[in-house]
Each structure stands twice: as C-alpha cells, then as structure tokens.
Design a protein around this ligand. Structure first.
Ligand SMILES: C[S@@+](CC[C@H](N)C(=O)[O-])C[C@H]1O[C@@H](n2cnc3c(N)ncnc32)[C@H](O)[C@@H]1O
Length: 182
C-alpha cells in the first residue's frame, strides 16, 4: 500500500529522530506492545539495527500482516511478531529488554479494567532489565492518572518529551513519558 506523505516522512526520518530522543540505541531489545501497523516498530527497527531486535506484539492479525509487508519493503529483518489473544501476559523472559513502548494502548478503549492495566505494568516490570525504560504515549488517557498507575507499579518518572509523533497517519505534536525501574 502507498503511504501518505506524512507517514513516509515519519517512517523515513522523523520516527528515528524521535526514538533516538527518547533513548533508543543500537543493539537494544525493544517490545512495541500494541504495535498496530508498526508506525513505531519500523523506525525502532532501524534505530536498533541488525544486532538489536524489536518484538512487535498485537492481538490484531490484519495490522501485523500490514506491518510485515512494511518491514519487507524497508528490508528489516530484526522484527519478531508476537500475535496474542489480548492477554496482558507477555511471553518474553525476565529482565530481557531495554525498552518497552506502550504507545496509544494503555487506556480505556483497550484496557478498561484497572486490574488488567496493573497486570500489564507488572509484566512490563518483569521483562525489563534493571536499567530498562518504559515509554508511554498516553493518547486517549489522562496523563496524570496513568502516571500514578505506572508509579504504583514500581516505576519512577524519568522524563517528559514534547515531540512530533505520527498518529493515524498524521504528524501531531504530543507528549511522551519515560519511566525507569525503581
Ligand atoms: C491505537 S493502536 C496504536 C498502535 C501503535 N502503538 C501506535 O501508536 O501507532 C492500538 C493497538 O493496540 C492493539 N491492542 C489493543 N488491545 C490489545 C491487547 N490487549 N493486546 C495486544 N494488543 C492490543 C490494537 O490491536 C491496536 O493495534
């Protein structure tokens, strides 16, 4: 499928710049939880390079198929797809990841129950290395509320970024929050 102009600009330049800014580095292992069609997976795979790896997890088969097509077009071989049934449990080893992206996913549309959000954050806590970060784009969530929930899950707020992001194929100014393990 032909990407629109803003998506192309994001996938080919702006996305990588943004992910560098929030702390992604060459060689890292990253989980993009609720990756959708891969607006963040694709630039993340470019940033971490051949020695790194992106786990792209979603419960939507169609989005993952689209993402695989994109990965092929960009010649990226460091993306592993994880198709789930929507459970909060994540099939990755303890303390194995540098970064987890929770972008436009931890909110009422997808995780309406507090208990399930807690379960997801506990899983993120489990799979992150001691020096790992979880980065959250709280689209459709109340940033203050989600911040409290993340802190209650034994993360400490590290930084807020004002950035140009891609959302629904449009570039938009937004805020992203990084948390580290306590
Ligand atoms: C609004 S999209 C965001 C996609 C991407 N993170 C981004 O910011 O461009 C939310 C994605 O999360 C996925 N999702 C929702 N609930 C999920 C769950 N319980 N487990 C895995 N993926 C889920 C949806 O299928 C969708 O692809």
């Amino acid at each position: 499928m032909e990407e629109n102009k803003e998506t192309k600009e994001w996938l080919e330049e702006l996305g990588e710049k943004f992910l560098h800014k929030i702390g992604l580095k060459k060689g890292q292992k990253v989980l993009d939880f609720g990756c959708g069609i891969g607006d963040y997976t694709i630039p993340a795979a470019k940033v971490v390079g051949g020695k790194g790896k992106i786990y792209a997890l979603d419960n939507d088969e169609k989005s993952l198929k689209f993402l695989l097509g994109r990965a092929k077009r960009y010649g990226l071989k460091n993306i592993e797809i994880i198709k789930t049934s929507g459970e909060a449990k994540i099939g990755l080893e303890d303390e194995s990841l540098n970064v987890v992206l929770l972008y436009d996913v931890i909110h009422n549309s997808y995780f309406p129950e507090l208990e399930k959000r807690k379960e997801l954050l506990n899983e993120v806590q489990r799979i992150l290395r001691q020096d790992g970060i979880v980065s959250i784009y709280p689209k459709h969530a109340i940033p203050g509320d989600i911040k409290k929930e993340v802190e209650n899950a034994r993360f400490s707020f590290a930084r807020k970024f004002h950035a140009t992001l891609l959302h629904d194929s449009c570039l938009t100014e937004s805020k992203v929050f990084n948390f580290s393990k306590v």
